[in-house]
Design a protein around this ligand. Structure first.
Ligand SMILES: [Zn+2]
Length: 296
Protein backbone atom coordinates (compact mmCIF):
# COMPACT_ATOMS: atom_id res chain seq x y z
CA UNK A 1 0.00 0.00 0.00
CA UNK A 2 1.32 3.47 -0.85
CA UNK A 3 2.16 5.93 1.92
CA UNK A 4 -0.76 8.05 0.76
CA UNK A 5 -3.20 5.14 1.06
CA UNK A 6 -1.87 4.30 4.52
CA UNK A 7 -2.44 7.89 5.67
CA UNK A 8 -5.99 7.74 4.28
CA UNK A 9 -6.72 4.43 5.99
CA UNK A 10 -5.50 5.98 9.24
CA UNK A 11 -7.83 8.97 8.75
CA UNK A 12 -10.76 6.69 7.98
CA UNK A 13 -10.40 5.04 11.39
CA UNK A 14 -11.45 8.29 13.09
CA UNK A 15 -14.93 8.06 14.55
CA UNK A 16 -17.69 10.14 12.97
CA UNK A 17 -19.34 11.99 15.84
CA UNK A 18 -20.68 15.52 15.36
CA UNK A 19 -23.17 16.07 12.56
CA UNK A 20 -21.57 19.47 11.81
CA UNK A 21 -18.17 17.81 11.25
CA UNK A 22 -19.66 14.98 9.18
CA UNK A 23 -21.24 17.60 6.90
CA UNK A 24 -17.98 19.58 6.77
CA UNK A 25 -15.92 16.48 5.94
CA UNK A 26 -18.40 15.50 3.22
CA UNK A 27 -18.19 19.10 1.92
CA UNK A 28 -14.41 18.87 1.56
CA UNK A 29 -14.78 15.47 -0.11
CA UNK A 30 -17.35 16.86 -2.56
CA UNK A 31 -15.38 19.96 -3.53
CA UNK A 32 -12.32 17.79 -4.18
CA UNK A 33 -14.09 14.89 -5.91
CA UNK A 34 -14.73 14.04 -9.55
CA UNK A 35 -18.19 15.53 -10.04
CA UNK A 36 -20.19 17.81 -7.77
CA UNK A 37 -22.88 19.45 -9.88
CA UNK A 38 -26.60 20.13 -9.69
CA UNK A 39 -27.15 17.05 -11.89
CA UNK A 40 -24.82 14.56 -10.34
CA UNK A 41 -22.46 13.70 -7.54
CA UNK A 42 -19.82 11.17 -8.45
CA UNK A 43 -16.92 10.21 -6.25
CA UNK A 44 -14.31 7.82 -7.62
CA UNK A 45 -11.71 6.36 -5.27
CA UNK A 46 -9.28 3.47 -5.11
CA UNK A 47 -9.42 3.57 -1.35
CA UNK A 48 -12.03 1.16 0.07
CA UNK A 49 -11.71 2.64 3.56
CA UNK A 50 -12.60 6.07 2.16
CA UNK A 51 -15.51 4.67 0.15
CA UNK A 52 -16.93 3.04 3.31
CA UNK A 53 -16.41 6.26 5.25
CA UNK A 54 -18.28 8.28 2.60
CA UNK A 55 -21.32 6.05 3.02
CA UNK A 56 -21.27 6.70 6.79
CA UNK A 57 -20.58 10.43 6.37
CA UNK A 58 -23.52 10.98 3.99
CA UNK A 59 -25.71 8.97 6.29
CA UNK A 60 -24.71 10.97 9.36
CA UNK A 61 -24.72 14.40 7.69
CA UNK A 62 -27.78 14.15 5.42
CA UNK A 63 -29.42 10.81 6.23
CA UNK A 64 -28.90 10.01 2.57
CA UNK A 65 -27.66 6.90 0.81
CA UNK A 66 -25.79 6.88 -2.49
CA UNK A 67 -27.92 5.95 -5.49
CA UNK A 68 -25.21 3.75 -6.92
CA UNK A 69 -22.12 2.15 -5.46
CA UNK A 70 -19.91 0.19 -7.83
CA UNK A 71 -16.69 -1.71 -7.49
CA UNK A 72 -16.69 -2.05 -3.69
CA UNK A 73 -16.35 -5.82 -3.80
CA UNK A 74 -13.30 -5.72 -6.10
CA UNK A 75 -10.16 -5.29 -4.02
CA UNK A 76 -8.07 -3.32 -6.49
CA UNK A 77 -9.46 -0.91 -9.01
CA UNK A 78 -11.84 1.92 -8.41
CA UNK A 79 -15.00 2.27 -6.38
CA UNK A 80 -17.58 4.69 -7.77
CA UNK A 81 -20.24 6.27 -5.54
CA UNK A 82 -22.88 8.40 -7.17
CA UNK A 83 -26.09 10.30 -6.56
CA UNK A 84 -28.35 11.52 -9.38
CA UNK A 85 -31.70 11.74 -7.65
CA UNK A 86 -32.94 15.32 -7.67
CA UNK A 87 -34.33 15.18 -4.13
CA UNK A 88 -31.09 13.96 -2.60
CA UNK A 89 -29.04 16.51 -4.51
CA UNK A 90 -31.34 19.28 -3.27
CA UNK A 91 -30.88 18.16 0.36
CA UNK A 92 -27.10 18.16 -0.01
CA UNK A 93 -26.89 21.47 -1.85
CA UNK A 94 -29.17 23.22 0.61
CA UNK A 95 -27.15 21.88 3.56
CA UNK A 96 -24.29 24.00 2.18
CA UNK A 97 -26.52 26.99 1.48
CA UNK A 98 -26.55 26.51 -2.30
CA UNK A 99 -29.48 26.78 -4.62
CA UNK A 100 -28.84 23.74 -6.82
CA UNK A 101 -30.51 25.33 -9.85
CA UNK A 102 -28.52 28.53 -9.78
CA UNK A 103 -25.00 27.37 -9.02
CA UNK A 104 -22.42 28.36 -11.64
CA UNK A 105 -19.07 28.05 -9.91
CA UNK A 106 -18.40 26.63 -6.48
CA UNK A 107 -17.35 28.85 -3.64
CA UNK A 108 -16.78 27.57 -0.14
CA UNK A 109 -19.62 28.60 2.11
CA UNK A 110 -17.55 29.65 5.12
CA UNK A 111 -20.70 29.71 7.22
CA UNK A 112 -20.54 25.90 7.25
CA UNK A 113 -16.96 26.06 8.53
CA UNK A 114 -17.21 28.56 11.35
CA UNK A 115 -15.99 26.20 14.05
CA UNK A 116 -12.41 25.01 14.00
CA UNK A 117 -13.45 21.36 14.36
CA UNK A 118 -15.49 21.75 11.18
CA UNK A 119 -12.63 23.41 9.26
CA UNK A 120 -10.36 20.52 10.25
CA UNK A 121 -13.01 17.98 9.19
CA UNK A 122 -13.39 19.85 5.87
CA UNK A 123 -9.64 19.64 5.19
CA UNK A 124 -9.67 15.94 6.06
CA UNK A 125 -12.46 15.38 3.52
CA UNK A 126 -10.54 17.38 0.90
CA UNK A 127 -7.39 15.34 1.51
CA UNK A 128 -9.24 12.00 1.44
CA UNK A 129 -10.91 12.93 -1.83
CA UNK A 130 -8.35 14.98 -3.75
CA UNK A 131 -5.15 14.74 -1.77
CA UNK A 132 -1.98 12.70 -1.79
CA UNK A 133 1.25 12.57 0.13
CA UNK A 134 4.57 11.23 -1.18
CA UNK A 135 6.52 8.62 0.80
CA UNK A 136 9.01 10.61 2.91
CA UNK A 137 11.93 8.39 1.84
CA UNK A 138 11.53 9.88 -1.65
CA UNK A 139 10.73 13.53 -0.97
CA UNK A 140 8.45 15.75 1.07
CA UNK A 141 5.30 16.57 -0.86
CA UNK A 142 1.63 16.76 0.07
CA UNK A 143 -0.98 18.18 -2.28
CA UNK A 144 -4.71 18.87 -2.58
CA UNK A 145 -6.08 18.88 -6.13
CA UNK A 146 -9.43 20.33 -7.20
CA UNK A 147 -10.88 21.49 -10.50
CA UNK A 148 -12.66 24.41 -8.79
CA UNK A 149 -10.60 27.57 -9.14
CA UNK A 150 -12.34 29.54 -6.35
CA UNK A 151 -12.26 26.63 -3.93
CA UNK A 152 -8.50 26.34 -4.35
CA UNK A 153 -8.02 30.02 -3.48
CA UNK A 154 -10.38 29.80 -0.52
CA UNK A 155 -8.71 26.69 0.91
CA UNK A 156 -5.41 28.52 0.50
CA UNK A 157 -6.77 31.35 2.69
CA UNK A 158 -8.18 28.91 5.27
CA UNK A 159 -4.76 27.26 5.57
CA UNK A 160 -3.03 30.65 5.89
CA UNK A 161 -5.40 31.60 8.68
CA UNK A 162 -4.58 28.33 10.43
CA UNK A 163 -0.89 29.24 10.40
CA UNK A 164 0.26 27.23 7.39
CA UNK A 165 2.29 28.63 4.48
CA UNK A 166 0.97 26.61 1.53
CA UNK A 167 2.02 27.07 -2.09
CA UNK A 168 -0.27 26.83 -5.07
CA UNK A 169 -0.07 26.06 -8.75
CA UNK A 170 -2.20 24.73 -11.59
CA UNK A 171 -1.80 21.65 -13.76
CA UNK A 172 -3.96 20.58 -16.69
CA UNK A 173 -7.12 22.41 -15.62
CA UNK A 174 -6.67 21.48 -11.96
CA UNK A 175 -5.75 23.78 -9.10
CA UNK A 176 -3.30 22.55 -6.57
CA UNK A 177 -2.27 23.52 -3.07
CA UNK A 178 0.86 21.83 -1.84
CA UNK A 179 3.41 21.65 0.94
CA UNK A 180 7.11 20.95 0.49
CA UNK A 181 8.33 21.26 4.05
CA UNK A 182 8.34 18.14 6.17
CA UNK A 183 7.22 20.15 9.24
CA UNK A 184 4.18 21.54 7.41
CA UNK A 185 3.23 18.06 6.16
CA UNK A 186 3.64 16.61 9.67
CA UNK A 187 1.51 19.42 11.16
CA UNK A 188 -1.17 19.08 8.49
CA UNK A 189 -1.46 15.29 8.86
CA UNK A 190 -1.49 15.52 12.66
CA UNK A 191 -4.17 18.20 12.55
CA UNK A 192 -6.52 16.28 10.25
CA UNK A 193 -6.11 13.13 12.34
CA UNK A 194 -3.19 11.07 11.00
CA UNK A 195 -0.51 11.38 13.73
CA UNK A 196 0.98 7.95 12.96
CA UNK A 197 1.68 8.96 9.34
CA UNK A 198 3.09 12.27 10.58
CA UNK A 199 5.39 10.32 12.88
CA UNK A 200 6.66 8.17 9.97
CA UNK A 201 7.65 11.37 8.18
CA UNK A 202 9.48 12.55 11.27
CA UNK A 203 11.40 9.29 11.70
CA UNK A 204 12.23 9.11 7.97
CA UNK A 205 13.67 12.60 8.30
CA UNK A 206 15.73 11.70 11.37
CA UNK A 207 17.08 8.63 9.57
CA UNK A 208 18.01 10.75 6.54
CA UNK A 209 19.78 13.33 8.70
CA UNK A 210 21.63 10.62 10.59
CA UNK A 211 22.78 9.01 7.35
CA UNK A 212 23.98 12.39 6.03
CA UNK A 213 25.90 13.14 9.19
CA UNK A 214 27.54 9.70 9.16
CA UNK A 215 28.51 10.29 5.52
CA UNK A 216 29.97 13.70 6.41
CA UNK A 217 31.87 12.11 9.29
CA UNK A 218 33.26 9.35 7.04
CA UNK A 219 34.30 11.88 4.40
CA UNK A 220 35.92 14.01 7.06
CA UNK A 221 37.84 11.03 8.49
CA UNK A 222 38.96 10.08 4.99
CA UNK A 223 40.26 13.61 4.46
CA UNK A 224 42.23 13.41 7.71
CA UNK A 225 43.73 10.08 6.73
CA UNK A 226 44.79 11.60 3.40
CA UNK A 227 46.49 14.47 5.24
CA UNK A 228 48.37 12.11 7.57
CA UNK A 229 49.52 9.95 4.64
CA UNK A 230 50.68 13.00 2.63
CA UNK A 231 52.63 14.43 5.58
CA UNK A 232 54.19 11.06 6.43
CA UNK A 233 55.26 10.60 2.80
CA UNK A 234 56.95 13.98 2.83
CA UNK A 235 58.80 13.09 6.06
CA UNK A 236 59.90 9.69 4.72
CA UNK A 237 61.22 11.32 1.53
CA UNK A 238 63.14 13.81 3.66
CA UNK A 239 64.66 11.06 5.86
CA UNK A 240 65.71 9.03 2.81
CA UNK A 241 67.26 12.09 1.23
CA UNK A 242 69.24 12.99 4.38
CA UNK A 243 70.18 9.38 5.28
CA UNK A 244 69.56 8.01 8.80
CA UNK A 245 73.28 7.78 9.64
CA UNK A 246 73.87 11.49 9.14
CA UNK A 247 71.19 12.51 11.62
CA UNK A 248 71.88 13.61 15.19
CA UNK A 249 70.60 11.18 17.87
CA UNK A 250 67.32 12.97 18.73
CA UNK A 251 66.30 13.35 15.12
CA UNK A 252 67.38 9.81 14.25
CA UNK A 253 65.11 8.16 16.84
CA UNK A 254 62.18 10.13 15.45
CA UNK A 255 63.15 9.29 11.87
CA UNK A 256 63.45 5.56 12.66
CA UNK A 257 60.03 5.54 14.29
CA UNK A 258 58.54 7.24 11.22
CA UNK A 259 60.14 4.75 8.81
CA UNK A 260 58.78 1.84 10.86
CA UNK A 261 55.27 3.33 11.22
CA UNK A 262 54.54 5.28 8.05
CA UNK A 263 50.76 5.37 8.72
CA UNK A 264 50.82 6.44 12.37
CA UNK A 265 49.26 9.79 13.28
CA UNK A 266 51.39 12.29 15.19
CA UNK A 267 49.75 11.30 18.46
CA UNK A 268 50.41 7.58 17.84
CA UNK A 269 53.95 8.15 16.65
CA UNK A 270 54.82 10.27 19.72
CA UNK A 271 54.16 7.20 21.88
CA UNK A 272 56.23 4.92 19.62
CA UNK A 273 59.44 6.95 19.72
CA UNK A 274 62.04 5.57 22.21
CA UNK A 275 62.03 7.24 24.65
CA UNK A 276 58.51 8.66 24.02
CA UNK A 277 58.19 12.38 23.33
CA UNK A 278 55.30 14.84 23.39
CA UNK A 279 53.24 15.38 20.26
CA UNK A 280 54.50 18.95 19.87
CA UNK A 281 58.12 17.92 20.35
CA UNK A 282 57.67 15.18 17.73
CA UNK A 283 56.00 17.64 15.37
CA UNK A 284 58.89 20.07 15.84
CA UNK A 285 61.52 17.41 15.04
CA UNK A 286 59.67 16.12 11.98
CA UNK A 287 59.39 19.67 10.61
CA UNK A 288 63.07 20.11 11.23
CA UNK A 289 63.83 16.95 9.19
CA UNK A 290 61.71 18.21 6.30
CA UNK A 291 63.30 21.67 6.32
CA UNK A 292 66.82 20.17 6.55
CA UNK A 293 66.06 18.04 3.47
CA UNK A 294 64.73 21.09 1.62
CA UNK A 295 67.92 23.07 2.37
CA UNK A 296 70.22 20.13 1.75
ZN1 LIG B 1 -17.90 20.50 13.63
Amino acid sequence: MSFSSEAKVELCRLPINRICCAAAEAYGALLYCNTFSAKEIKIVTENRAFASRLIKLFNRAFEIEFDQIQGMEVLDGKAVLSITSKDKLTVIFSAYGYDADKIVAHHINLGVLEEEHCRIAFLRGAFLSGGSVTAPEKRYHLELVTDHFNVNGEVYSILLEMGFSPRDTSRGGNYIIYFKSSEAIEDFLTMIGAPVSAMSIMSAKIEKELRNSVNRRVNCDAANVDKIVDAAQEQIDAINKLGLESLPEKLRTVAEARLQHPEASLRELAGLVQPPVTKSCLNHRLRKLVSMAENN
